[in-house]
Design a protein around this ligand. Structure first.
Ligand SMILES: [Fe+2]
Length: 189
């Protein structure tokens, strides 16, 4: 069985991870910086791991992030959460599944939030459904992982700095392995 760290190492070294998708940093750099922002903010191990992996849906699914930039919603949030669920529990996969919705939620509930988004995030927002309606806001606020999803979203928006240092995936290995259910079950056998 391939464990999470092994699978993620392969993914981070793949061509897809080198795409920029309209940002100033590559997807791999972006995810690692997002995790660093989460760690610096004192986030839980679950949220740090969610940050490391939150955009894997751009390059682990059938439709890549390039499709999103061409105006087709690649549903990278749902694809990632499903792929990640082979190793991780909901505390990791739910913030990932909800991180696009969290952007739409924050735009509807925080007047200053939209202006702080990168141009690429503003563009993809329009493809992903735009600002939430009042009914969608109420549904999202009732999600058990609403708070961690919005926290992840704010780390996400801060993890795109071409001047900031870029940690290695190995810097997050301990958290990834501690939460990888397949390692826990093999240890128990
Ligand atoms: Fe992201």
């Amino acid at each position: 069985m391939t464990h999470a760290y092994e699978a993620l190492t392969e993914l981070f070294e793949s061509e897809g991870a080198k795409e920029y998708l309209g940002e100033d940093v590559s997807i791999a750099t972006h995810m690692l910086q997002t995790a660093q922002v989460a760690r610096a903010a004192g986030a839980s191990a679950e949220l740090i791991v969610a940050a490391v992996v939150h955009d894997v849906g751009h390059f682990s699914g059938a439709m890549s992030g390039l499709e999103l930039m061409r105006g087709h919603d690649n549903r990278h949030d749902a694809i990632a959460a499903e792929w990640l669920s082979q190793w991780f529990d909901a505390a990791v996969t739910e913030p990932v599944r909800l991180h696009v919705a969290a952007k739409r939620y924050l735009c509807a509930t925080d007047a200053a939030y939209y202006d702080r988004l990168s141009d690429a995030s503003k563009y993809t927002m329009s493809v992903q459904g735009g600002e939430m309606s009042a009914a969608e806001v109420a549904t999202f606020a009732a999600e058990p992982h609403c708070e961690s999803a919005t926290a992840l979203r704010r780390f996400d928006d801060a993890g795109k700095d071409p001047e900031a240092p870029v940690p290695a995936l190995a810097d997050f290995r301990a958290e990834i392995e501690a939460l990888d259910r397949t390692l826990r079950s093999s240890a128990a056998i």
